[in-house]
Design a protein around this ligand. Structure first.
Ligand code: HEM
Ligand SMILES: *[C@@H]1O[C@H](CO)[C@@H](O)[C@H](O)[C@H]1NC(C)=O
Ligand SMILES: *[C@@H]1O[C@H](CO)[C@@H](O)[C@H](O)[C@H]1NC(C)=O
Ligand SMILES: *[C@@H]1O[C@H](CO)[C@@H](O)[C@H](O)[C@H]1NC(C)=O
Ligand SMILES: *[C@@H]1O[C@H](CO)[C@@H](O)[C@H](O)[C@H]1NC(C)=O
Ligand SMILES: CC(=O)N[C@H]1CO[C@H](CO)[C@@H](O)[C@@H]1O
Length: 344
């Protein structure tokens, strides 16, 4: 059977399964971003980004999670405009200096990709697009980490990345709090933040599945293990046996540098296991557990245990996230270096 017929059947089945309205919404492309925006101005750009991303990822599998989280932080503060990449100027702290992102990593890798892309096509490809592409590419390559040749593994994009974003000129630490939710957030706080970005409860649940990969520092959840909320006990919404495992990894007081896998034994495997362990009360953060405190969200958590469905829904929500507050057309600029705005 041809690919396109396969595609049509998948599409029709998904119409039946998810309902017409939802699919139509999700398929609505951003009016200004497009597929392969650089096809005429820099046709090799996307492949170059992918090649370098692979070369970094194969020696540092943790990079997938770092870049995915960095893309999320970028989009939630001032839109996906690469503001998260800017260094502080003068005495004003930048987004990357704010508390929630004290652990952001991947800046060096983005710089290296950018500098190669600049050699190929100077002043054409934005840092915001490079980050969006590299985040997608690194997560998409995770299933191929044991690919043992010098060639590039098959590329199966986990979600489409539309391009054409331009770079902003402002990055303020003060804007991070309130826009990037804290791990102590309850459901209504999470929902308010996502809603303010045009994302709904289904996006919140699907995107929380990003916690299927990566690690977290003890300080982001240790309050749940010891004297939670002044009770002298652990957080009752956390699995009792899991509390003991976490206490062993994060003694009180913990070494602030210690990290724990968010999805135990599966932290470089991007899959729906996050939702399975969440239902076993093994979500690491209060913000993960909070998804079970709302009926619609909890039903969605149960639904997304199905990995096929998770991949589809995560992809749709990533496209929406990648559209948040983008600068296009004549707005913004194409930065020469991702850490600094162009000089006038
Ligand atoms: C819903 C609200 C969210 C909260 C409160 C939250 C909070 C956090 C926190 C506290 C960490 C640990 C950071 C550290 O200690 O190093 C973390 C890690 C991570 N987050 Fe989230 N996050 C949220 C949503 C998302 C979304 C939407 C994505 C992407 C789609 C995402 C992707 C990640 C990844 C991949 C990591 C692991 C990073 C690493 O391994 O260094 N998160 N998140
Ligand atoms: C990407 O890598 C492939 C395989 O190594 C190579 O053939 C191709 O020329 C590279 N393209 C770019 C733009 O780097
Ligand atoms: C930054 O960008 C905004 C909006 O595009 C623009 O109004 C402002 O003049 C720019 N500031 C600097 C210092 O370039
Ligand atoms: C959620 O947290 C916010 C901020 O900490 C608080 O103001 C609000 O009352 C909490 N909502 C619920 C339902 O607990
Ligand atoms: C924390 O304790 C206060 C007072 O005992 C209680 O009202 C509140 O619901 C508790 N919060 C959580 C998240 O358990
Ligand atoms: C306030 C704060 O924690 N800032 C940190 C932000 O991230 C940088 C780089 O990772 C750290 O050096 C800062 O201490």
């Amino acid at each position: 059977m041809s690919k396109s017929r396969n595609g049509i059947i998948v599409f029709l089945v998904s119409l039946l399964v998810f309902g017409v309205a939802e699919v139509c919404n999700a398929k609505q492309p951003h009016p200004k971003l497009k597929m392969n925006f650089y096809v005429t101005k820099c046709p090799e750009a996307e492949v170059l980004v992918r090649n370098i991303t692979w070369s970094k990822l194969k020696t540092n599998p943790a990079l997938g999670a770092k870049l995915l989280r960095m893309h999320f932080h970028d989009c939630f503060v001032r839109g996906c405009d690469a503001s998260v990449l800017l260094d502080a100027v003068d005495n004003t702290q930048a987004e990357k200096d704010a508390r929630p992102n004290l652990t952001l990593q991947g800046f060096v890798e983005i710089d290296e990709i950018k500098s190669e892309v600049e050699k190929l096509c100077p002043g054409v490809v934005s840092c915001a697009d490079i980050l969006s592409l590299a985040a997608r590419d690194s997560v998409s390559f995770l299933p191929f980490l044991d690919h043992d040749s010098d060639s590039i593994p098959p590329f199966k994009p986990m979600w489409p990345v539309l391009t054409g974003r331009r770079d902003g000129n402002t990055s303020l630490a003060s804007e991070t709090n309130g826009n990037v939710p804290s791990p102590f957030s309850n459901f209504s706080t999470l929902m308010n933040v996502f809603d303010s970005k045009g994302l709904d409860v289904n996006d919140l649940v699907a995107l929380s599945g990003g916690h299927s990969i990566g690690v977290a520092h003890c300080g982001t959840f240790s309050a749940r293990l010891y004297n939670f909320n002044g009770t002298g006990e652990a957080d009752p919404s956390l699995n009792v046996a899991y509390v003991e495992i976490l206490k062993a990894q994060c003694p009180n007081p913990a070494n602030p540098a210690t990290t724990v896998e968010m999805d135990p034994q599966s932290s470089v495997s991007f899959d729906s296991n996050y939702f399975k362990i969440l239902l076993q009360k093994k979500g690491l953060f209060q913000s993960d557990a909070a998804l079970l405190t709302n009926l619609r969200a909890a039903i969605r958590v149960a639904t997304l245990q199905n990995s096929k469905l998770f991949y589809i829904k995560f992809a749709e929500s990533m496209v929406k996230m990648g559209n948040i507050g983008v600068l296009t057309g004549d707005d913004g600029e194409i930065r020469k270096q991702c850490r600094v705005v162009n000089s006038k």
